[in-house]
Structure formats: C-alpha cells, structure tokens
Design a protein around this ligand. Structure first.
Ligand SMILES: NC(=O)C1=CN([C@@H]2O[C@H](COP(=O)(O)OP(=O)(O)OC[C@H]3O[C@@H](n4cnc5c(N)ncnc54)[C@H](OP(=O)(O)O)[C@@H]3O)[C@@H](O)[C@H]2O)C=CC1
Ligand SMILES: Nc1nc(=O)c2c([nH]1)NC[C@@H]1CN(c3ccc(C(=O)N[C@@H](CCC(=O)O)C(=O)O)cc3)C=[N+]21
Length: 283
C-alpha cells in the first residue's frame, strides 16, 4: 500500500483563504486582528517559527508584533509586558514561545496571559475548559491535526488512537480531542513498557515525541493513519519528523510529511484562534 499524503501546506492555504475574508470583514468594522508573539532567548528554531508566524499574520491581513528578550531577562520584565498586552486593544492574541529558559516558571507566565487572549490554549482555565469538552481556544497543533481528519473524511468514532507523547502542548490535548471525537485512546510516553504492542494496534497513530525517524514500518498496523508531529533537525541540517516517512508510507493508508504536514497547520490554527478572539471582541 502507498499512503495518501495529507498535505499540510495545501490544507493550510485552503483554510487561510477564508481567514482573509473574515479579517477584511472585521477591518471594515474597525477591528484588525492582532497577535503578539514573545520570544525569550536566541534558539534558532524558535526564531524560525516565530518569523513564520509573523509572516503568516501579514499574509492574512493581521496586525502582529514580535517582542524579543535576551535569554537572561528577568521574568518580571516579561510579566510586565504581558500585562501591557492584556490591556492593549490592538492585540487579540498573545503567544509566549515555549520552552522558556530554566529560571522562568512557565505556568506562572502562561497564567499571566488573559484567558481571552490565550490563543495557544495553554492557560490553566482554557486547558481545563478543553478537558471538560467546552473549549475556548483549542491548542493549535492538536487542533490542526483534527483538521486533517475532517478534511480527509477520516471518521474517528470507535477507532483505536495511540498518541506517543504526553506533553501539555501536544500529546495531552491531542489525546483529549481524539477521545472527544469518539476514538478509544492510549497515551504512550518514555515509561511505556511495550510501545510496539500499543502502536501496532493503532488505527490512528500520532507521533509527538521529538525523536527523529523513531516510528518504523514494523511499529505501524497496515492501513493505519499516521500523523507526524515531530520536528527534528538531522546532523546534515535537514528537517525530519518522528516517523520514518519512506518506510511507513508503504504500510500506512494516510500520512503527514515533515516538513509540510502538521507544522503549517499549527500556524494556520494560531491564525484561526486569533481571528476568533478578534471576532468575539468585536461582537
Ligand atoms: N509540528 C508542530 O507544529 C509542532 C511540533 N512539535 C514537535 O513535536 C515533538 C514533541 O514536542 P513536545 O510535546 O513539545 O515535546 P516534549 O519533549 O515536551 O514531550 C515529548 C514526549 O514524548 C515522550 N517520549 C520521549 N521519548 C520517548 C520514547 N523513546 N518513547 C516513548 N515516548 C517518548 C516523553 O515522555 P515523558 O513524558 O515520559 O518524558 C514526552 O511525553 C518535538 O519534535 C517538537 O519539536 C511541537 C509542537 C508543535
Ligand atoms: N507557545 C508555543 N506555541 C507553539 O505552538 C509552539 C511553541 N510555543 N514552541 C515550539 C513549538 C513548535 N511549533 C512549530 C510551529 C510551526 C512549525 C512549522 O511551520 N514547520 C514547518 C517547517 C519550518 C522550518 O523550516 O523550520 C513545517 O513543518 O513544514 C514547526 C513547529 C510551535 N510551537
């Protein structure tokens, strides 16, 4: 079997066309959607993502601000900036790029963001609402993954879904969304005893562990849908996912590539959440 490629760049373009129209309608009523991105430190990959986010905003006709700090900045300085952005009527979404340097209490920083502007959906209040099945903002990466299923007509009801990774930004909300869509979920992590046993049962397999080409063909049930969230840089400088794409695409029925899969959809859903925040405010 050769898997159908779930193309994130194509799906992102499809969804973004609608954002532009909605942003224009809002602008006509005097509101331009605005996103602020805070970046602490000089991590190269983070700078690339933040640049992509800012460019995507410009293309969709959004206002955006990038605020950068050196790695040794005092957390109080960042908290003060967040308070200013919370009160700034031009800003509808605030994103603090994670991970933060070790001297930061990340939960405290995320909690400082007004829940109405927390377009990542990481604030405890929003995360809790998501768990209760009543989300205000769905975290962008798992939200983007759900769009692949909807677009490809993949029904999740009764399916066995296995997520590798249990982080707050990907694995945990991903599992919750899959469960709410009717799948039976298994969440694997570094302490899982027999990973192969679990992955081989998966109708839907989501890899979000951050290990280059970790998921091999033997770990995948023939015909499974494989979603690759991982973004890893190989020693040769090339980007690759958590899945051995060449081998797994021979057994899966559908698969997302890296680059060009989940990554562009994450940015797309960040725009979607920012637009929604602006639309709610303009009501
Ligand atoms: N495409 C996109 O838009 C995005 C991509 N990413 C990428 O996704 C990947 C995961 O990100 P994130 O969730 O933030 O990463 P974290 O490092 O926070 O979490 C990784 C998870 O994978 C688990 N894990 C690690 N090694 C193994 C293993 N050998 N077997 C089973 N489980 C394992 C960890 O287990 P434990 O909890 O026990 O430590 C942990 O739960 C990264 O490559 C990241 O770059 C992230 C966000 C967005
Ligand atoms: N508060 C917060 N929110 C996040 O959403 C968040 C974060 N912190 N920290 C880091 C991770 C990672 N992440 C990515 C987004 C887009 C691509 C992306 O667009 N990737 C392109 C390639 C980009 C490249 O060339 O490097 C692709 O896969 O095709 C990747 C990774 C968001 N994250």
């Amino acid at each position: 079997m050769t898997a159908k490629i779930l193309d994130g760049t194509v799906l992102a373009q499809k969804l973004r066309a609608d954002f532009k129209t909605r942003a224009e309608a809002l602008a006509a009523r005097g509101t331009r959607p605005g996103l602020a991105v805070i970046l602490v430190g000089e991590d190269h990959a983070s700078q690339v993502y933040v640049r992509n986010k800012v460019n995507a905003c410009a293309e969709a006709g959004f206002h955006s601000e990038k605020i950068s700090y050196p790695p040794d900045v005092e957390p109080a300085v960042v908290l003060k900036k967040i308070a200013e952005l919370n009160a700034d009527s031009r800003i509808h979404g605030i994103l603090v790029q994670l991970p933060l340097p070790k001297h930061f209490d990340s939960d405290a920083v995320l909690k400082a963001i007004s829940p109405e502007k927390d377009v990542d959906g990481f604030h405890a209040e929003n995360f809790g609402a998501l768990m209760q099945g009543n989300p205000r903002f769905i975290p962008c990466t798992p939200y983007g993954v759900m769009k692949f299923f909807a677009d490809a007509g993949i029904d999740l009801k009764g399916k066995e879904a296995v997520v590798i990774g249990r982080s707050n930004i990907v694995g945990k909300p991903m599992a919750m969304l899959l469960m709410q869509a009717g799948a039976t979920i298994t969440v694997c992590h570094s302490q899982t005893r027999d990973l192969l046993f679990h992955t081989r049962r998966a109708d839907i397999l989501v890899a979000a562990l951050g290990r280059a080409q970790f998921v091999t063909a033997e770990m995948v049930k023939p015909g499974a849908v494989v979603i690759d969230v991982g973004i890893n840089r190989l020693p040769n400088g090339k980007l690759c996912g958590d899945v051995d794409f060449a081998a797994v695409s021979q057994v899966a029925s559908a698969i997302t590539p890296v680059p060009g899969g989940v990554g562009p959809m994450t940015i797309t859903m960040l725009l979607a959440n920012t637009l929604e925040a602006a639309e709610r405010e303009a009501l």
